[in-house]
Design a binder for this molecule. Sequence first.
Ligand code: ZN
Length: 167
Amino acid sequence: MFACGNWGSNIGEIGSRGETTLYTPYIYTPAGALLRNPTEVACLSSGFGWRGSATGGGRLHNGLDLANREGGFIYAAGEGRITEAGPRGGYGNVVEIDHGHDVRTLYAHLDDINPRLRRGARVEAGEPIGRMGMTGNATGVHLHYEVSVDGLLVDPLQYGREAPAIF
Ligand SMILES: [Zn+2]
């Protein structure tokens, strides 16, 4: 996973080539492994947590922003059941998946949503759920990706790394 362009302020540790140094492909959760990056192709444009501005203001950012001007497919991070598929205010077109064990993922600003996905439908891990877009409050084409565990939003870039092997 690489940072987009100017290597923003809240995207964590970045290596000399612009890579996010702590990246691993799966988030290990009580519901099993989830994709850390559920996009076809994207770079990291904003991280989780405080997003400051040059004027001194700022706000909390509840997920990861994964950007690609060309759009591309968004995939279900893991298997589960659809709890929401449709427009939600500033989030634009949203898909939310309940993976069981109190683990949920949410995908916002989608250009379109796989028409099969009604509330209650089952999805497989890696199944295309829609395409990246900029519906709702978005200044560019990107996915806003949220992961919650036990009702708390977690940092999708940091949470649930594979534990190092202990011998
Ligand atoms: Zn976002």
